[in-house]
Design a binder for this molecule. Structure first.
Ligand code: TPP
Length: 567
């Protein structure tokens, strides 16, 4: 036997299996459980075998959110490996975001060695006893579609196939695999070289023709239709198709807490992010991939309005409670539904062109009125002494280019900063686990190195992101992102919630600020410590130039942060 060639170990099969599934990156935060993975990467480098690129991310939350961002752009799931139960625990906030955002990911962590002595890889350090759990996956089972433990080295390919086919099957989402180090380190018998044939996957669901006909019938018969979107636009083609339908059939669109670009803020059918009177006046509401299409405690559709809900999992089966009315519930991918809806609607609305023209004009006038109001707000904001949300968004518009990708963790508004490109917006998922925006922006930049990536974050959201870890990655992995902090020195949402519930309460005497006020440190110096360009801006007139300088630094390959002190 050639003593120079060590026997193949299961960790090598594991990396091969990931590569065979098109996984480009393994985002890692390592520990004592990683030795076979390190060995497998070293062996792959020596033989030039194609394996995913390992990237050390110095916080587990950031590792998962980076993978999340990367997958949003590419559509391809990535893999993450963390250190046993403790590293895994650090990632759960980001996992909840990915899960509720239905992002397919392969989340893995080591498992402390099972054996106390004996086999190669048995326990060898003090922590190996206390890190064992009765049910390591139990802490995250609710947020994954499937979990499993790798039990045999010769089963690696089958397990990885199973994990990734489930993650990518509608409704898509994260899966979890635990990897005991003895199993990863198992020496394998030679395996046959025959190429593995990929297993056929089921297609995303398609609306039944009868349901499309009924939906078209109802939409065509409506006088005051309304479309509410949530996740629509993850596939940019959905936004293209929706825009065409909205225009052709005079359908107003309200992207309500949108996660992606659904329609341009410049389009006359865009009616703002808050439905206002459109919701209560509508006689037909088409809900497209929205888990929460309105807030019932604030406003609800009229009793006689017909509601159609469409989505790949329109009941949101993993939500314990959700009771939005529906008269027609359709399980379908949006592309399949909208493509089928267009001809069905055309057939029914053909003879009513004049009626549609009148509605189109009415909606365009409404939209122009809204736009005039937003412009007036911006104009007033520019004359103020302090910066507000409208002014920040407006100034941001000047640095947004046709290929810019905007990452939003709370403060972005198309009303003041209209976008034009489908696929240009990525917002924090519906669970709102904060800290997502900065690392997601890094993953988005990793997936789109030639595009400008701008992350708009609250000061709270920025601190939840483990900013030092994120700036470290930006510098270390050469991922220059422009981070703009809407810094109100406050957990604004917490204050609003207090005032909503206790406007006449004692807490209101302190303006609801108790537990919501934050210190206001010089965040711009944190980026400087990582080789970046930092700016602090306090006056509205100084903001445009500061953003331009920061954008120029990013174009030059430097990460940048603008700390915008807001009212
Ligand atoms: C991980 C996590 N912890 C706590 C919260 C609760 N929370 C919701 S909004 C918010 C305030 C966020 O502050 P900031 O990002 O500055 O935005 P602002 O509300 O001031 O606009 C907090 C703490 C959360 N959503 N996620």
């Amino acid at each position: 036997m050639d003593t120079q060639t060590p026997r193949r170990i299961a960790a090598e099969d594991y990396l091969d299996a990931l590569a065979a599934h098109g996984i480009d990156h393994l985002f890692v935060n390592p520990g004592t459980d990683f030795a076979p993975i390190v060995e497998a990467f070293a062996r792959a480098a020596r033989t030039n075998r194609p394996v995913p690129r390992p990237m050390v991310v110095p916080h587990e939350h950031a590792a998962v959110a980076m993978a999340h961002g990367y997958t949003l752009v590419t559509g391809r799931p990535q893999a993450i490996m963390l250190h046993v139960n403790v590293g895994l625990a650090n990632s759960i906030n980001a996992l909840i975001d990915a899960s509720r955002d239905r992002v397919p990911l392969l989340l893995t962590s080591g498992r402390t060695p099972l054996t106390e002595e004996g086999p190669h890889g048995a326990r060898s350090v003090y922590i190996h006893w206390a890190q064992e759990m009765f049910d390591q996956a139990g802490m995250l089972r609710e947020f994954v579609k499937w979990d499993y433990e790798m039990r045999r080295g010769d089963q690696v390919f089958d397990v990885v196939d199973r994990a990734l086919e489930l993650a990518q099957t509608s409704p898509t989402g994260p899966v979890y695999l635990s990897l005991p180090r003895e199993v990863l380190g198992e020496e394998l018998e030679a395996r046959p070289d025959a190429p593995r044939k990929p297993r056929a996957r089921p297609q995303p669901p398609r609306a039944a023709p009868g349901d499309v006909e009924r939906a078209a019938e109802w939409i065509a018969a409506a006088t005051h239709p309304l479309i509410i979107t949530g996740q629509l636009g993850r596939d940019p083609n959905e936004a293209v198709l929706l825009t065409r339908l909205a225009e052709r059939f005079a359908l107003p669109v309200v992207p309500f807490n949108p996660r992606h670009f659904a329609v341009s803020g410049n389009h006359p059918m865009f009616q703002g992010g808050a439905p206002g009177s459109l919701l209560t006046k509508a006689d037909l509401i088409l809900v497209l991939e929205s888990d929460v299409p309105w807030i019932p405690s604030l406003a609800s559709p009229a009793a006689n309005a017909r509601i159609i809900q469409v989505g790949e999992d329109p009941l949101y089966q993993r939500y314990p409670m959700r009771s939005f009315r529906s008269d027609l519930t359709i399980t379908s991918s949006l592309m399949a539904f909208l493509n089928a809806l267009e001809p069905a609607l055309a057939e029914r609305t053909g003879p009513r062109a004049a009626e549609l023209d009148a509605r189109r004009n009415r909606l365009a006038a409404r939209s122009a009125g809204l736009r005039a109001g937003w412009a007036a707000e911006i104009e007033k904001a520019g004359r103020a002494e302090t910066i507000n949300l409208a002014w920040l968004n407006h100034c941001l518009h000047a640095v947004i280019e046709s290929d810019t990708l905007v990452v939003n963790e709370y403060s972005f508004r198309q009303e003041y900063c209209p976008l034009d490109q489908p696929g240009s917006l990525f917002s924090v998922g519906p669970a709102g686990g904060l800290g997502w925006g900065f690392p997601a922006a890094l993953g988005i930049k990793l997936a789109s190195p030639d595009k400008q990536v701008v992350a708009l974050l609250g000061d709270g959201a920025y601190m939840f992101a483990n900013p030092t870890a994120c700036h470290f990655i930006a510098e270390n992995q050469k991922l220059p992102v422009l981070t703009v902090i809407y810094n109100n020195a406050l957990y604004g949402a917490v204050r609003r919630a207090t005032l909503d519930m206790y406007r006449a309460g004692v807490a209101a005497e302190a303006d609801g600020r108790l537990l919501a006020e934050l210190p206001n440190p010089p965040f711009e110096r944190i980026v400087e410590a990582h080789g970046g360009h930092g700016e602090r801006v306090e006056h509205p007139s100084a903001l445009p130039a500061a953003l331009q300088r920061a954008a120029a630094a990013v174009r030059g390959g430097q990460q940048a942060l603008v700390n915008v002190i807001c009212s």
